[in-house]
Design a protein. Sequence first.
Length: 222
Amino acid sequence: MSIRVVLADDHGTVRSGLKALLERAEGIEVVGEASDGAAAVVNARALRPDVVLMDVRMPVVDGVAATREIVSEGTAAVLVLTTFDEDEVVLSAIRAGAAGFLLKTAEAGELVSAVRRVAAGDGVVAPEVTRRVFRELATASARNSPTGDGQATEQLERLTVRERDVLTQLGAGASNSQLARELGISEATAKTHVSRVLAKLGVQSRTQAALVARDAGLMDST
């Protein structure tokens, strides 16, 4: 089965370049294009792609708002691809539920790999912004929570022992295949555990779950 992708970018030349790049890769098919966020939402509903490759700054509806709507409706996973690496852009995309965040300076192989990983249920954050993202998210979480890490601890109590192990691996940035190897389970079981962890924590992405792991102190012992 091919990975079905919708491209959302307000520049036609960028969409054409991305389409040519992705369709040279085995097993990836571009099934739709959108020049603004509103069209991206409509295409995601109609085409049910595996991944929407989403620019941030677009007319009518911006990429962050479109990501939030697509993720909340469960019509596709969203991989944000943008030229902007400002903290607020990155954080807004992740809070909206984006499964991945890459810069347009990424090499072709990085982009293809990211599309495949997001389609497989993994999360991807550009190496250039990973450490900064977690630092900023952790700071914001501590600032907004009157009990510090109390909210994260309460969320942790909803999980089984196995699910805590899964969450710890998510906090370390493990992919589904890495998680399966580390815990001695199948990749299909790993995906199921990740879905349950996200549902119990009330978060929409692996990156958001990783923040919970860090807030709850799970990473302190790893």
